[in-house]
Design a protein around this ligand. Sequence first.
Ligand code: ZN
Length: 194
Amino acid sequence: MTGQLKLDSYADTGVVVSVDLVNELVIAARGGQASDRGRVALPALARILTVDPPSVERLIEGDVPGFTALAHRLYDAFREAHAGNVDQVAGRLNALLAEHPAHPHLAKEDGRWRLHHHPADADLIPMWTAICSESLARMVGDGHVDRLGTCEDGACGRVFIDLSKNASRRFCSTRCQNRAKAAAFRNRKAAGSS
Ligand SMILES: [Zn+2]
């Protein structure tokens, strides 16, 4: 059955936000000054959370440290996945799930019942911790831990979800892939001419 899996189902909100949180608040933040991070992180967070406009409305600067901590913990799961440590990935996601469990319930919106995982006034950090960790945990539970990707370009290191047919994607973007190809070509040439 897994071969027939609809990979599109992993392009869900929790997965997309997990990847964005890691790339914006961990990877992109590496170069900046520590004192600048809060200032840069708030607009980045607002961009990431546009998938859920009520979250953007409630976002305040005081949420930045909590989201940054969450981003680092999600990144730890990606790093363990990249190293092939599936047990550690599961352990890290289980810890997040235990700290901030979801509370599924039906709520009426515009006359229609919809399944929500959190009350509308839930705090942002617990809510997004549950959404992100549950989405990644679902991938692991479905046997797709190898799709939690980390870019193999050493200068990049961004994370991504590998939706390729054979789970064979190695780079976050064609730009990184081309840069790595060019570097390998230069290395071969240099080795050949010496
Ligand atoms: Zn990359």
